[in-house]
Ligand binder design. Structure first.
Ligand SMILES: [Zn+2]
Length: 454
């Protein structure tokens, strides 16, 4: 049992003062009392900590290394592809575990409490499975155990090199499985999750419309009867054109007609949608998993957040390529993209709520929905996924309630995050992960071992 007392806290029905929060021994919130006498550990500003709904952990080690062009000026993916191939020739399970632990440490320090890992690096270099088919998934789970971060394991089914069903290319063979072998791998990954603390969960992830067969895509929601289903959708123009060329309709239309999209689904990116697709997909109940920093980095396009939220759509935030781990910056980038496109200000604000408040409320709910994790609310029965902000900082001094959130997101950065708890585990204290030294040392050893490939 642990008791906190917050001068101000963001509760499901809004800001409250003098809030007592009781946490039980497994990390669930036991009771929330407003207007309570000061007791237990005092914090100034207590917020629910959101979920990071989309990450490919191993890519963190490639961040910053793909900013050059190759010999063909029109091929902006050239350096990325070259590096990825070299990298994939070298990565071992030990490397993946060390990188995963490191990036999750950074996510916790940024204010996220849980990581939905879209895990697709399954096999040995050359594509032969490890003796233990789910070896890599076990390494991802081991990373979560070491970092103390909540995990939603999303093993990825990746089978084809394109909509025509062509074989995987050299850079993809470590990802590939038939549906049958993928089901076996998934079962092994589920076992790895069961060995983690009770808050850990799992789902499933057909990689994209290009990488999985039509018949398999149609049966996903019945083949996997429980848990969230995540999939990349409508990220870039060539992908939209390829789906349209092969199946006669655009990706969003195909998914809506064939996949039974509902609240179980989280569709990643959705940066290439027509206005009518945005409205229809929002109304399906599926979450849009947005990764604004990566989408900016890759030039994917701009998600229509204004129309999506107006249509009642759910959103969540992920860090995808992990080129930067920065929660407040993801939100700022999302909002700024809307302003730049529309020549507007405070694009995502409403009459009732400021931009920061509306985005933060939205990603708390959307992240919980997308991982089926009971989180995102300071309320009895929910996991104690929580963070505090440094209200003594010059960037937040004198600010309260929604203006405090706005100041963090638009005028500050993640250095204002002081404490983070994941299901009651107090992993970030004074702005630093409690295991930072050891985790960074393990990461640096990995980078040293990979330096010839990077
Ligand atoms: Zn992705």
């Amino acid at each position: 049992m642990k008791i906190f007392w917050a001068k101000q806290a963001l509760l499901p029905d809004g800001w409250a003062s003098d809030v007592r929060v009781d946490i039980d021994a497994v990390g669930r919130i036991d009771a929330v009392t407003v207007g309570a006498a000061e007791v237990g550990e005092r914090v100034e500003c207590l917020l629910p900590a959101p979920v990071n709904v989309h990450s490919h952990a191993f890519q963190r080690a490639m961040a910053g290394l793909t900013e050059r062009r190759g010999p063909n000026a029109s091929d902006s993916f050239w350096t990325w592809r070259q590096l990825m191939f070299r990298f994939l020739d070298r990565l071992t399970p030990e490397h993946v575990e060390a990188i995963t632990t490191f990036v999750q440490m950074e996510m916790l320090e940024a204010g996220y409490a849980c990581n939905a890992e879209f895990h697709y690096l399954h096999h040995q270099p050359g594509g032969v499975p490890y003796d233990n088919l789910s070896e890599m998934a076990e390494r991802v789970a081991a990373g979560a155990e070491a970092s103390g971060m909540g995990l939603c394991m999303l093993p990825v089914h990746y089978q084809f090199g394109g909509c025509d069903g062509r074989a995987l290319g050299d850079g993809q063979i470590r990802f590939g499985n038939t549906f049958e072998r993928f089901q076996a791998l998934h079962a092994g990954a589920v076992e790895a999750v069961k060995a983690l603390p009770e808050d850990a969960g799992y789902g499933v992830a057909p990689h994209s419309l290009r990488a999985v067969g039509v018949e398999d895509l149609r049966q996903y929601s019945t083949a996997f009867a429980r848990g969230p289903i995540h999939m990349h959708l409508a990220e870039q123009i060539p992908e939209v054109e390829e789906v349209e060329a092969h199946w006669g309709v655009r990706p969003v239309e195909w998914a809506l007609k064939n996949m039974g999209l509902d609240q179980r689904f989280c569709l990643i990116h959705c940066t290439q949608m027509l206005p009518e697709e945005t409205v229809a997909l929002a109304k399906s109940g599926a979450v849009a998993g947005l990764c604004p920093i990566t989408e900016s980095s890759l030039g994917d396009g701009i998600f229509d957040g204004v129309r999506w939220l107006e249509s009642g759509g759910a959103v969540a935030i992920g860090s995808d390529s992990n080129i930067r781990i920065a929660l407040s910056e993801e939100l700022r980038t999302l909002d700024h993209s809307q302003r730049l496109r529309d020549n507007s200000r405070a694009a995502l604000a409403t009459v009732e709520h400021s931009t920061g408040r509306r985005m933060f409320d939205s990603i708390l709910a959307g992240g919980a929905q997308a991982t089926q994790r009971k989180s995102g609310r300071l309320e009895a029965g929910y996991w104690a996924d929580m963070l505090t902000l440094d209200t003594a900082s010059e960037h937040l001094w004198g600010r309260s309630h929604d203006t405090l959130l706005d100041s963090w997101i638009f005028a500050g950065d993640d250095r204002l995050v002081v404490d983070v708890w994941s299901a009651g585990r107090h992993m970030v204290q004074g702005g630093r992960h409690v295991g930072r030294e050891k985790i960074v040392a393990g990461y640096l050893r990995t980078i040293e071992a990979l330096k010839d490939a990077l």
